[in-house]
Design a protein around this ligand. Structure first.
Ligand SMILES: *[C@@H]1O[C@H](CO)[C@@H](O)[C@H](O)[C@H]1NC(C)=O
Ligand SMILES: *[C@@H]1O[C@H](CO)[C@@H](O)[C@H](O)[C@H]1NC(C)=O
Ligand SMILES: *[C@@H]1O[C@H](CO)[C@@H](O)[C@H](O)[C@H]1NC(C)=O
Ligand SMILES: *[C@@H]1O[C@H](CO)[C@@H](O)[C@H](O)[C@H]1NC(C)=O
Ligand SMILES: *[C@@H]1O[C@H](CO)[C@@H](O)[C@H](O)[C@H]1NC(C)=O
Ligand SMILES: *[C@@H]1O[C@H](CO)[C@@H](O)[C@H](O)[C@H]1NC(C)=O
Ligand SMILES: *[C@@H]1O[C@H](CO)[C@@H](O)[C@H](O)[C@H]1NC(C)=O
Length: 316
């Protein structure tokens, strides 16, 4: 009985204007209408976005509803230009926002973090600029953040959500250091920071990331030595940091990463001997590594394999 009264009062409070409990709240329709008003839509993709359609906005192009709330907003590849309205914050049940491969400009409205259930944000291939709002990078439920190929700048402030699995911010102009406080609880499987302006050293805390499979750090301004703790990333398949200013030795521990397939460290200032452990283990067995790119460094040679066996550089 208590439950029934409680539900009734929520419906009543939210929808009393219509006397309905099975329609999308007017605030969500208004939020989408304001979103549309900020856009230029040369293909007329949003022409059918009409508040008087039978089940607006759930029958609009790009909208997915669940339980009469907007769950997904998906409008990729439609030549949309203009800015992302901060009114999207009113879509409080939004799980997925996909606006990639358009011509959007302006910044990501920080108010979007009010959509606290957001799991996936796809904004790659636009002309968005400004900083990445810390409140969004730290959204509790966020699993995918792809903002690659935009014009984002500034530093990464604050924490990275522990739920994040896929973090692609490549091909922007983001600067500062790589965040140094990765934790063992992190779910990160892919980190792509390539083609930015990151500087400083690769933090040893990256060794905390037990689920990390892909680490792309190419074309930044990273310096210092690669931390040997990176070998602690037991799931790592791909490690690339080409075109930086890394110095010193390649940590021999890299050879002990069980599933590593690609190691790309060309165009740095690495020196000393390339550890043979990258290619084979103490028994002379091949490692899992399929591709090694080490050109344009200052290596003096390749260390003798642990068992004195001949080294084979390429194999498929
Ligand atoms: C969105 O919510 C804010 C308050 O959080 C309110 O001021 C604004 O009018 C709402 N916008 C729409 C379109 O409902
Ligand atoms: C977005 O692009 C339009 C058209 O080029 C331009 O007029 C506007 O100033 C830009 N807005 C922002 C916030 O960059
Ligand atoms: C992690 O580092 C960032 C700066 O890179 C800082 O803003 C944040 O508070 C740190 N978080 C923790 C839990 O230490
Ligand atoms: C990030 O989110 C976590 C969990 O919601 C919170 O404990 C932490 O204080 C937040 N960090 C920042 C820098 O806002
Ligand atoms: C990482 O980013 C670079 C540059 O944007 C891109 O070429 C590469 O394909 C990305 N890697 C993955 C796994 O997405
Ligand atoms: C290596 O991984 C273990 C968990 O397997 C973790 O407890 C430890 O802190 C990690 N060490 C470094 C240097 O990241
Ligand atoms: C390594 O090689 C030895 C002998 O060449 C073989 O007996 C052993 O099974 C191999 N180990 C692995 C993990 O492949």
């Amino acid at each position: 009985m208590v439950t029934v009264i409680f539900l009734f009062s929520i419906c009543y409070a939210t929808f009393f204007t219509f006397g309905l409990c099975d329609a999308v709240p007017l605030s969500e329709i208004q939020a989408l209408t304001s979103f549309k008003l900020r856009l230029h839509d040369p293909l007329g993709a949003l022409d059918g976005w009409d508040a008087s359609t039978p089940s607006a906005p759930c029958d609009w192009r790009g909208i997915v509803c669940y339980d009469n709330r907007v769950r997904e907003l998906r409008l990729p590849r439609l030549q949309l230009s203009g800015t992302i309205s901060d009114q999207l914050a009113n879509l409080s049940q939004l799980r997925k926002l996909s606006l990639h491969s358009n011509n959007l400009n302006g910044s990501i409205p920080p108010s979007l973090s009010e959509c606290s259930l957001l799991r996936a944000v796809y904004l790659q291939y636009n002309s968005l600029s400004g900083g990445l709002p810390p409140s969004i990078v730290n959204l509790t439920n966020l699993q995918v953040l792809n903002v690659a190929y935009n014009l984002f700048s500034g530093k990464i402030h604050g924490d990275i959500s522990h739920s994040l699995r896929y973090f692609d911010i490549s091909s922007n102009a983001i600067s500062g250091e790589i965040p140094a406080n990765f934790s063992i609880e992190s779910q990160l499987q892919l980190i792509n920071l390539s083609y930015n302006k990151f500087s400083g050293e690769v933090p040893a805390s990256i060794g905390q990331l037990q689920k990390l499979e892909y680490l792309w750090l190419d074309s930044n301004q990273l310096y210092g030595t690669l931390p040997s703790a990176i070998a602690n990333c037991s799931s790592l398949i791909h490690l690339s940091a080409e075109d930086n200013a890394l110095r010193g030795l390649i940590p021999a521990t890299i050879g002990s990463i069980p599933k590593l397939e690609v190691l790309s460290l060309s165009q740095n200032e690495l020196s000393g001997s390339v550890p043979a452990s990258i290619f084979c283990d103490v028994l002379g067995n091949f490692s899992s590594v399929r591709m090694v790119q080490l050109g344009f460094n200052a290596f003096t040679g390749i260390a003798k394999p642990p068992n004195g066996a001949a080294l084979v550089f390429w194999r498929s």
